[in-house]
Design a protein around this ligand. Structure first.
Ligand code: ADP
Ligand code: MG
Length: 697
């Protein structure tokens, strides 16, 4: 895909090492600090502070602690007498004298930078030393001509260990000098209304703040580049969606016989939200266009039965349906639940996973092709080569945030006109649904089935971990099952796994072979085995990282312990908690925190004690943490925004959606001049998968 990137963007996608002064060592540090190895990553690395170097008093007027830029004459070099003594350079102006101090100095460099008898500009923090004044390691040393540049306001950037502001600033300054001039992709009227600068000027401007206020996400320059990203995102989503929508679909209309049979056999009645969602889905399926609908519902809100009834309306119409789960264990779980309900009604349900091989698989594929299978359940193996349906009408995708955009594309690329229903248990705040799913149609299960027990949720200090372990012991004694979730230490699965392993060994000493371990470093198949053993009861205490977040159903699990709960997002804690309380037994969730817990963290955790409404929790999480944090972590499975700030730029979201929609309606192939510029924008924000899609159609 990279090969198709417009040439004008090449300099922006060059490696950090293409900048002068950046060798492999600094490049590595820059990559760590900016989140990527290329110059664009540096451009999106925004300043978070400023240093004001404008003060330029005479030496006599300098107060210790002041940051100053002074013009001085170099008087003498005084090398240290041994390695531990610093190298000093005395300098003066008409009013007084001070020393510049260097540890581990390179004398040849200092002699060149500060020749005796000459005037120089030095900038840095002054300190008192005995009766005198000194400046240790000035931040800048320059000639008189450079005073304007040095007596300035300098941005400061988030760093990593080993990286200095100077290195980042220098790298950025070259990068900003090399910015290409890009054809404007925004609507002129919008530019005028918002007083936005051209792209390259806006990028320079965000990196050259002249006051604290310039650092805010609400400046015109920040809003402009934020809007660039939001627009790229909306365009990409709409292109993907337009592809699946625009394709002629077909009207699927069942006669209701299977649905009535199954509903009558249910031990419960559907909730109002389930009925409403089902009606929306069925109405979409009856339309001659393709459906792309999201069924959003908290853990336990009863999405499965809604999906099943939708699939049955396809079967009633004489077609087939498929249900794709993100893991094998979830696929098996669906198989059990669904066949229990559907098989007695005469529906032919089968399971296909990556594990199926040989004759059995051949046989299943044969029957699928002949239309002897009505509902096929499985993992992504469902959409691999060789799997041919006789007449697939509806594909349901469960727990969609575990699937990447690419799988989503693969689905929309099915050659037959397949309706797609995506199910997600991630309670995304209303304001953010748009950024994640574009304007996919949404059905929400915002009502829980009746009779759910409240999960007793408590916060407990980690200092009391021994009492918690004792409580775990009591649960195990009673034949119940317990989850122990270990914290997200970092974005690194290696570190997370290490923390989980340590806790696992610790608990194993106490509870022996009853303890199992599941984390992201294990192969999916190995993890499935551990999960199966936990389901069957061979393992009764499962130590895990957040890999268990996805909807595995173990009704015997009654206690959820979450270590370092303060490090998790609320929505994530809520999803984890939803793993218990699925059977009839009283269940509890213990949120272990490392003391002392700050006020904000306390407030966050107490929301979980107050409510078990996932949507409310998601809204509160958004309010307390800001959208950046919710969407920013890899864990969340949400799109990553580099410069858009969803809290500060929220008003621009609907603008981006309308803008993208209106534009695509008039130039769906992005062929006009603005269309071309928008293609460049898609590449700039690496949403170019959407372009590939357009080309292939
Ligand atoms: P999720 O939305 O997390 O996928 P499930 O579909 O697994 O939820 O449903 C959770 C449980 O609730 C299942 O045991 C299911 O049988 C039950 N359930 C679903 N709908 C209802 C309802 N209307 N009344 C009572 N129980 C229900
Ligand atoms: Mg589910």
């Amino acid at each position: 895909m990279g090969a198709m990137r417009p040439e004008i963007l090449h300099p922006l996608f060059a490696a950090h090492t293409s900048l002068p002064g950046i060798g492999p060592r600094f490049a590595k540090l820059l990559e760590a600090a900016t989140g990527g190895p290329r110059i664009v990553d540096l451009l999106w690395h925004l300043p978070t502070g400023i240093i004001d170097r404008r003060a330029a008093p005479p030496i006599a007027a300098i107060e210790p602690g002041m940051l100053v830029t002074v013009t001085v004459r170099v008087e003498a070099h005084v090398p240290g007498r041994n390695r531990r003594q610093p190298y000093k350079v005395t300098v003066s102006d008409e009013s007084g004298r001070m020393s510049l101090v260097f540890f581990h100095a390179r004398p040849d460099y200092l002699e060149r930078a500060l020749p005796v008898g000459e005037l120089r500009v030095v900038s840095g923090k002054a300190e008192r030393f005995g009766a005198g004044l000194q400046m240790t390691h000035p931040d800048h040393i320059g000639s008189l001509e450079e005073i304007e540049r040095l007596r300035a306001i300098e941005p400061t950037y988030p760093l990593t260990a080993g990286l200095s502001q100077t290195v980042v600033s220098k790298a950025l300054s070259t990068a900003l000098d090399r910015l290409p001039v890009l054809t404007e992709w925004h609507d002129r009227a919008l530019m005028a209304r918002e007083s936005w600068l051209p792209w390259q000027d806006a990028v320079r401007s965000v990196h050259r703040p002249t006051s604290e206020a310039d650092l805010l996400p609400t400046t015109a320059a920040r809003r402009r580049i934020g809007y660039d990203e939001l627009l790229a995102n909306q365009l990409a989503l709409l292109i993907v969606r337009g592809r699946s929508r625009g394709r002629s679909g077909r009207s699927i209309k069942g006669d209701g016989t299977l649905r009535r049979k199954i509903e009558a056999a249910l031990p419960y009645t559907l909730t109002g939200a389930q009925r409403r969602s089902l009606a929306e889905i069925v109405a979409d399926m009856e339309q001659p266009t393709r459906m792309l609908r999201l069924l959003q519902g908290d853990v336990g809100s009863g999405k499965t039965i809604v999906a099943l009834l939708a699939m049955l309306s396809a079967v009633e119409a004489g077609a087939q349906a498929a249900l794709m789960a993100p893991t094998e264990i979830l696929a098996r779980q669906h198989m059990v639940t669904i066949s229990k309900l559907a098989v007695p009604a005469g529906v032919r349900v089968e399971l296909l996973t990556g594990r199926d091989k040989g004759r059995a698989r051949e046989n299943l594929l044969e029957r699928l092709k002949n239309g002897e299978v009505d509902v096929l359940i499985g993992t992504h193996a469902l959409f691999q080569e060789g799997v041919e349906f006789k007449d697939l009408a509806l594909a349901v995708v469960d727990e969609q945030h575990r699937f990447g955009v690419h799988q989503r594309l693969a689905l929309t690329e099915q050659k037959a006109a397949v309706d797609v229903l995506v199910m997600s248990a991630t309670p995304i705040p209303r304001t953010l649904t748009l950024t994640v799913y574009g304007d996919m149609d949404v059905s929400r299960l915002d009502e829980k089935p009746p009779g759910r027990r409240v999960i007793d949720t408590r916060t407990v200090s980690l200092a009391r971990v021994d009492e918690v372990i004792a409580a775990v012991g009591r649960k195990l004694q009673q034949g119940e099952r317990v989850y122990w979730v270990c914290p997200l230490v970092s974005e690194s699965e290696v570190l997370d796994a290490a923390a989980a392993e340590e806790r696992f060994h610790h608990l194993q000493e106490r509870f022996g072979h009853r303890v199992g371990l599941a984390h992201g470093k294990l192969k999916a198949a190995e993890r499935d085995v551990v999960m199966e053993r936990f389901k069957s009861g061979e393992v009764s205490l499962l130590v895990a990282t957040t890999v268990i977040e996805v909807g595995v159903d173990v009704p015997e699990a009654t206690l959820m312990v979450i270590e370092h709960a303060e490090r998790f997002g609320l929505a994530q804690l809520h999803q984890l908690r939803g793993r218990v309380g699925r059977g009839g037994t009283e269940s509890a969730c213990l949120l272990l925190y490392a003391p002392p817990l700050g006020e904000a963290a306390k407030a966050r955790l107490s929301i979980l004690r107050e409510t078990d409404d996932g949507f409310r929790i998601a809204e509160e999480d958004l309010r307390l943490r800001g959208a950046g944090e919710i969407l920013g972590t890899k864990q969340s499975g949400m799109p990553q925004f580099r410069v858009a700030d969803l809290a500060a730029h929220a008003d621009l979201l609907p603008v981006a959606r309308d803008d993208a929609q209106a534009f695509l309606a008039q130039d769906p192939e992005l062929k006009s001049e603005r269309g071309n510029a928008l293609r460049t924008l898609l590449y700039l924000f690496e949403r170019d998968a959407a372009i590939t899609l357009m080309r292939s159609g």
